[in-house]
Design a protein around this ligand. Sequence first.
Ligand SMILES: [Zn+2]
Length: 195
Amino acid sequence: MTYKGHLALGYAFSLSPLLLFDVRNYVLNSFSPFVLVCSFIAIYFFSLFPDLDEPKAYLSKRFPWNFISILLSFFVDHRGITHTLIFSFVFPAILAIILYSFNLLDKYWICVVVAWMAYISHLIGDSLTKSGVKWLYPFSNKNFHLLPKKLTFRTGSFVETIFTFLFFLLFGYEMYLFYTPFSHSNLHHYFHLFL
Ligand SMILES: [Zn+2]
């Protein structure tokens, strides 16, 4: 899957809990707009991090990630260990440790949650393609596909563009729900935060 597909799915999937009325209220009442912006930035990077194992990937060509990518690709194969369930905890754990060491984890823990979801969204995205993902590697070499074989697509194909568009629409709908005051119960708090 291309980086555009991963970003669209990353945002749509990581923000999908916002489809629930109670979650929207909880998030708006519990986190400052700045924490929410940080969560947005986290989704961007973590939905692309698994492809740091491939030096030609979008993020791998950009500073400072290119250094991590060169180092990683030296040790691992593309769509190897970075595309596994067990490794999905590594980068979010590093983020959690950094936040904790600055005493910020209490306030910013939501960033770690969406970071992990964004990472998982990447594995989901690649599981829609023909090559699939070995989610349980190194415990199992089984290649997992989330679609029937006939519906899987090649990276960069027209079908992927359609999927990307649909993910983008879902993301737009989630944002619409989140930023429409009438979809929250606590209007007063909403205005207090944003005005
Ligand atoms: Zn990938």
